[in-house]
Design a binder for this molecule. Structure first.
Ligand code: BGC
Length: 754
């Protein structure tokens, strides 16, 4: 029997077993019984492979996009054919990926199918709000659906693996990639991380409408010194475990089958070469049974990092640290053969890495049918389907955060009440591309509903006029007069300012977070007309705009909301949707406050305005412009003091925390009730507040609802100096409220014993 036939013979059997294993270990990508049960079958494939073919499975190369569509370098195609490349990324569309899969399956010696990876960060063709924006919905069910729909469209395009979710905590809006993450808080970011993994991978990875997820970037990538992308990360392991590790762990617990290493060095060693990180912590302590992929050329980059002299030592150091797959450097396939022969790398470790990769291919059902993701009928029916487009609208609406809505001449500007004339102004007002946001995958900007179009649709009785006013960077003020004239002749002006999509994302760090060009000047000019002006901040990071905020009556964070952006914003302005988003990240007053976050430590000299030797700035207050958890709507929620089921609990008890929330506003509304704790005295310093729960409640105008939270000792745990995860007896504060700042509090004790 030819080798290829042997694989074909094995494959259906393996796939059958795999299917059962996947179902029984549903949602678990970890090295559980599921993997052990088909390890034997994976090994039987492994037994057929030469060393070179094994190294091919550890290799991932990119495809490119030409005007005519996806294209591949000829030498990469040859590598696939020769079994020296087992995985491709950035190639999509069914026809093209099928052509590559045919080469791997029909023309390579063993016919092992390819993985096709892609960055499906916030939707694939239909684009949803950027992840940080969507995190502001605090709606994990919604976010799970976004991941699910993104995976469906991507899988229908011939993909089977995504480099998402990015779960890096970041407290630094200078860093352009905060847009890809879920904000500053470990608890909220963990709940979102698991939702994204579950949505991407579904119930069964072999379902052709799911993708293998990739948790990235391991680890600490969101904390580069000075907010500059790729820069060194320097923190204690205690701090890392407390703040940065939880979302990665949550994503792994939710079953993510792959992990991507980070570009940064951490604990003094580049992540790609960091054995403590990739082996001791990830694979051993956290029990991760999937494979670890490099980031783009990350293997090669350990040379400039200064821990490897040349390509050979880069291969050895990173592979021996626990990295399983090289992305784009081509170093593993080029160098590891000799390293094995010379004993610098163990054959059994190569086998283990190949096994981890093949197991993911098995789980995806690729050995059963390598073409299962390659169906043009599905591609045509799923992409841009009405259901997915409707979801894009829902997600965009729920991501909008109303920061401020003050009265002007006695009346709140929002929601807009039958305005006769509306001026729609700004560089983002009639703009499709930038509303897609950074890293918009295969999104088509021609499908984007602009703000202008959305306003025309949702305000059919109003006359709507547009002026661009200014650009993002230019200091050209020639559009100001027209913008002022339109504002003066209108009942309200909607000003869409912020960033273009290239100002955030990878390698897009900024040292100044103000509005670029003359945007702020235009905003102040329009406000000075005395007409109501609604400021829409459309960006992917937290900008600094304190002066503008002081003068403006209505300000919304309207982000880059994706394909249905214009409809969503117009519905919120019209009051057809009562805004419900809450900040997943603190908005600073100025760059000097950064990093700023709500869960800071008290210090030995907490701020006391009467005492100058306390922690403070001379030129700006400590408090942010808007705190984590802030977001208002057209309702007004009042909270009662929380009542506790007991004043003390033991390590085994559950504490019930109750609060009553009343909607005293004119409109029915949706509130996100937040619960925080503070451990008052512990063996290590603890934050002044820590989010431990949140609930979504819908409260009709004039009504009150009771909201209950349950707390157990698990919610009170932290890492002590010995890095043990424990809870210590003592007094705790409980805070319940509408943001991290506006809370009502109570207190209880945790006591030793049962
Ligand atoms: C990014 C990753 C991404 C990879 C592949 C890198 O530059 O850091 O997040 O998954 O490219 O596109």
């Amino acid at each position: 029997m030819r080798l290829k036939d042997q694989i074909e013979h094995i494959a259906p059997v393996v796939a059958g077993i795999l299917m059962m294993a996947t179902l029984s270990s549903c949602g678990s990508g970890r090295s559980s019984g599921g993997e052990n049960s088909f390890r034997e079958k994976t090994d039987s494939v492994l037994a057929l492979m030469t060393l070179e073919e094994k190294l091919g499975q550890l290799t991932l190369y990119t495809s490119y996009w030409d005007v005519t569509g996806p294209v591949m370098r000829d030498d990469y195609v040859e590598e696939i054919r020769a079994g020296r490349c087992g995985n491709i990324f950035n190639a999509h569309t069914v026809t093209y990926n099928r052509s590559l899969q045919e080469i791997a399956v029909e023309e390579s010696r063993l016919g092992i199918p390819l993985l096709f990876g892609y960055d499906v960060i916030h939707g694939h063709k239909t684009i949803f709000p950027t992840p940080l924006a969507e995190a502001c919905s605090w709606d994990t069910a919604l976010i799970k659906r976004s991941a699910r729909y993104g995976a469906m469209e991507a899988a229908a395009s011939g993909l089977n693996w995504t480099f998402a979710p990015m779960v890096d905590i970041s407290r630094d809006p200078r860093w352009g990639r905060i847009t890809e993450g879920n904000g500053e808080d470990p608890y909220l970011a963990s709940r979102i991380a698991e939702a994204r993994v579950m949505g991407t991978q579904g119930e069964d990875l072999a379902d052709p409408l799911t993708l293998a997820a990739c948790v990235k970037h391991f680890a600490g990538y969101g904390a580069p010194v000075a907010g500059r992308d790729y820069n060194t990360v320097d923190m204690s392991e205690l701090h890392f475990r407390q703040v940065y590790l939880p979302p990665y762990k949550a994503a792994l617990d939710a079953g993510a089958v792959t992990v991507m290493a980070a570009f940064n060095d951490i604990f003094g060693v580049p992540s790609h070469a960091n054995k403590f990180l990739l082996t001791n912590l990830l694979k051993e302590e956290l029990g991760f049974g999937g494979f670890v992929v490099a980031d783009y050329s990350g293997v090669e980059q350990v040379i400039p990092h200064g821990v490897a002299e040349n390509r050979r030592s880069a291969a050895e150091i990173t592979f021996n640290a626990g990295l399983d797959m090289d992305m784009q450097s081509g170093i593993f396939v080029e160098q590891l053969g000799a390293a094995v022969k010379e004993g610098a790398v163990k054959m059994e470790d190569i086998d283990e890495a190949v096994r981890r990769i093949l197991q993911v291919k098995f789980r995806l059902g690729l050995f059963d049918d390598p073409y299962r993701y390659l169906d043009t009928t599905r591609e045509n029916s799923i992409i841009y389907s009405a259901e997915i487009m409707e979801h894009a609208l829902e997600s965009a609406r729920k991501s909008i955060v109303l920061l401020k809505n003050e009265p002007l001449r006695g009346r709140k500007i929002l929601p807009l009440k039958n305005p006769g004339r509306i001026a729609v102004i700004g560089p983002l007002a009639d703009n499709q591309l930038d509303l897609l946001g950074s890293w918009h995958a295969a999104g088509d900007h021609n499908k984007v509903v602009t703000l202008l179009r959305g306003m025309k649709t949702h305000f059919p009785g109003s006359e709507i006029n547009y002026a661009k006013g200014c650009d993002f960077y230019s200091t050209d003020r020639s559009g100001f007069d027209e913008a002022v004239r339109l504002t003066q002749n209108s009942d309200v002006a909607i000003l869409a300012i912020g960033e273009n999509q290239a100002q955030s994302g990878e390698a897009a760090s900024r040292s100044d977070l103000g509005l670029t060009g003359v945007q702020e000047e235009l905003a102040q000019l329009l406000i000075s007309t005395g007409k109501p002006v609604v400021i829409l901040l459309m960006a992917e990071r937290m900008l600094t705009f304190e002066k503008l905020d002081n003068n403006a009556q209505a300000v919304l964070n309207a982000w880059h909301l994706g394909t249905r952006a214009g409809d969503a914003i117009a519905q919120v302005l019209a009051g057809d949707y009562n805004p419900s988003g809450k900040l997943a990240m603190t908005i600073p007053r100025n760059v000097g406050q950064v990093p700023i976050f709500y869960n800071y430590k008290n210090t030995g000299r907490p701020l006391d305005p009467q005492n100058m030797y306390t922690t403070k700035y001379l030129d700006v207050e400590n408090a942010p412009l808007y705190p984590f958890g802030h977001g208002i709507g057209y309702s007004a929620f009042e909270y009662s003091n929380p009542t506790l089921s007991d004043t003390s609990i033991s390590m085994k008890d559950t504490l019930r925390v109750n609060t009553r929330v009343t909607n005293e506003g004119p409109a029915d509304g949706h509130e996100i009730v937040q619960l925080y704790i503070r451990d008052l005295t512990a063996s290590v310093t603890r934050p002044v507040k820590e989010l431990k729960g949140f609930r979504h409640v819908f409260i009709p105008a004039g009504k009150t609802v009771k909201v209950e939270f349950m707390l157990t000792v698990e919610d009170l745990k932290f890492y002590n100096q010995e890095l043990e995860y424990i809870a210590e007896p003592g007094a705790f504060k409980i805070f319940v409220g509408t943001s991290s700042e506006k809370t009502r509090e109570s207190e209880f004790k945790l006591i030793q014993g049962t």
